[in-house]
Design a protein around this ligand. Structure first.
Ligand code: NDP
Length: 324
C-alpha cells in the first residue's frame, strides 16, 4: 500500500507569506482545468504555462470529440477559451518554462530564469512531446522538409507530395489535414493493423488524395541542396526496399511525456510517464499530476481535462489536511 514519503517541512521565516498554495506546471486541458478548479476553490493558483502555452492542442486543427461543441472547435481557440475561463476566476498565468523543481523539502521550490518560487503543492500537467524516428538523414532535414506538426507546417507543401509516418489517430488526422494543401499524401505504416480509431482511419482511407502503404518503414531520408527529396522505404518482413519521392514528411508515431525538469525526483514508469500513487498524487506528497504526462492509455483532451479537475480537488483536500 502507498505511504507517502515524509518530506521535511522547513520554516521559511519572512518568506512564508510568499509561499503559494499551488503551482500548476503546464497549460493544456489538464492544466487549465486544474487552474479553474483551484481558482474557484480560492487557492490563488499560479500557472507556469510554458513559452508556448496551450500544449499540443495548439497544434491541432479541429477538435470534434470534446462534448459541448457540436460543430467542433479549433485547438487554439479552445485553449484560449479555457485560459480565459480559468483567469476569470483568478488563475495567474505566466508564459514561462519551469527549469527545475526541488522536492527535497517543503515548501517546494520551483525555479526558472534565476527566480525561485515556493509552494505548498504542485500540479504537473506538462503533457507530452512528439517522438522522432531518428532515421538516417533525419537530423539534417528537420525543419527543411521533415516535421512533426502538420498544422504548423502543412501549408508549406502546397501542390507537393508528402509522406506521413505512423498508424495511429495522429497519423490519420495529419494525413487527412494535409490533403488541403498537398497534391498527394502517402501514409506509411510499419504494419497492416492500425491503432487509429475507425472513424479516423476510414476518413484517411476514403480520401482519394491519400495512398496507404503498409509494411513499410523509413530506412533512410533522401535529400539534395534544396531539402528533402524522398525516402528509402523498407519492408520489415523481408528487408526489401523501394524509393519514394516527397518534398515533405510528417512523423506521427506518438509522444513521450515531458518530465526531464523533475530531475528524477518523482517516480515514473519505464517510459517516463509519472505514476499516480493515491488518486492523482505522485510518489511525493503534495505533488499531483494530470493529463498526458501520466496517461499511457486514453490521451484525449476530455480525459486530460477530467484529470486536471481531479488533481485540483486532490490538492485542495491535501492542503486542507496538511497545511491550513
Ligand atoms: P499512437 O501511439 O496511437 O500511434 C503511434 C503509431 O506510430 C502506431 O501506429 C505505431 O505503430 C507507430 N510507430 C511507433 N513507433 C514507430 C516507429 N519507430 N516506426 C514506425 N512507426 C512507429 O500515437 P498517436 O500520436 O497517433 O495517438 C496518441 C493518442 O492521442 C491516442 O490515444 C489517440 O487516440 C489520441 N489522438 C486523438 C485524436 C483525436 O481524437 N482527434 C487525434 C490524435 C491523437 P504500431 O501500431 O506498429 O505500434
Amino acid at each position: 500500500m502507498f505511504k507517502s514519503l515524509v518530506i521535511p517541512v522547513y520554516d521559511v521565516g519572512d518568506k512564508m507569506s510568499d509561499v503559494r498554495n499551488v503551482i500548476i506546471i503546464g497549460s493544456g486541458p489538464a492544466g487549465y482545468t486544474a487552474g479553474l478548479y483551484a481558482a474557484r476553490a480560492m487557492l490563488e493558483p499560479l500557472m507556469f504555462a510554458g513559452y508556448m502555452s496551450g500544449g499540443q492542442l495548439m497544434l491541432t486543427s479541429d477538435i470534434e470529440n470534446f462534448p459541448g461543441y457540436p460543430q467542433g472547435i479549433g485547438g487554439p481557440e479552445m485553449m484560449m477559451q479555457l485560459r480565459e475561463q480559468s483567469e476569470r476566476f483568478g488563475l495567474e498565468v505566466q508564459d514561462r518554462n519551469v527549469e527545475s523543481v526541488d522536492l527535497s523539502q517543503r515548501p517546494y521550490k520551483v525555479s526558472l530564469e534565476g527566480e525561485e518560487y515556493l509552494t505548498h503543492s504542485i500540479i504537473i500537467s506538462t503533457g507530452a512531446e512528439s517522438i522522432w524516428l531518428n532515421a538516417e538523414g533525419e537530423a539534417e532535414q528537420k525543419g527543411r522538409g521533415i516535421s512533426t506538426c502538420a498544422t504548423c507546417d502543412g501549408a508549406f507543401f502546397r501542390d507537393e507530395e508528402v509522406l506521413v509516418i505512423g498508424g495511429g489517430d495522429s497519423a490519420c488526422e495529419e494525413a487527412t489535414f494535409l490533403t488541403r494543401f498537398a497534391s498527394k499524401v502517402t501514409l506509411v505504416h510499419r504494419r497492416d493493423v492500425f491503432k487509429a480509431s475507425t472513424i479516423m482511419y476510414d476518413r484517411a482511407a476514403n480520401n482519394e488524395k491519400i495512398e496507404i502503404k503498409t509494411f513499410r518503414q523509413i530506412k533512410k531520408w533522401l535529400s539534395d541542396d534544396n531539402g528533402l527529396t524522398g525516402a528509402v522505404l523498407e519492408d520489415p518482413r523481408d528487408g526489401s526496399t523501394e524509393e519514394i519521392s516527397a518534398t515533405g514528411a510528417f512523423i506521427a508515431i506518438g509522444h513521450k511525456p515531458i518530465t526531464s525538469f523533475l530531475g528524477g525526483q518523482i517516480e515514473t514508469d519505464e517510459e517516463g510517464y509519472i505514476v499516480h500513487k493515491k488518486y492523482t498524487m505522485t510518489s511525493v506528497e503534495g505533488v499531483f499530476a494530470a493529463g498526458d504526462v501520466v496517461d499511457t492509455r486514453y490521451k484525449q483532451a476530455i480525459t486530460a481535462a477530467g484529470m486536471g479537475c481531479q488533481a485540483a480537488m486532490d490538492a485542495e483536500k491535501w492542503l486542507e489536511e496538511h497545511v491550513h
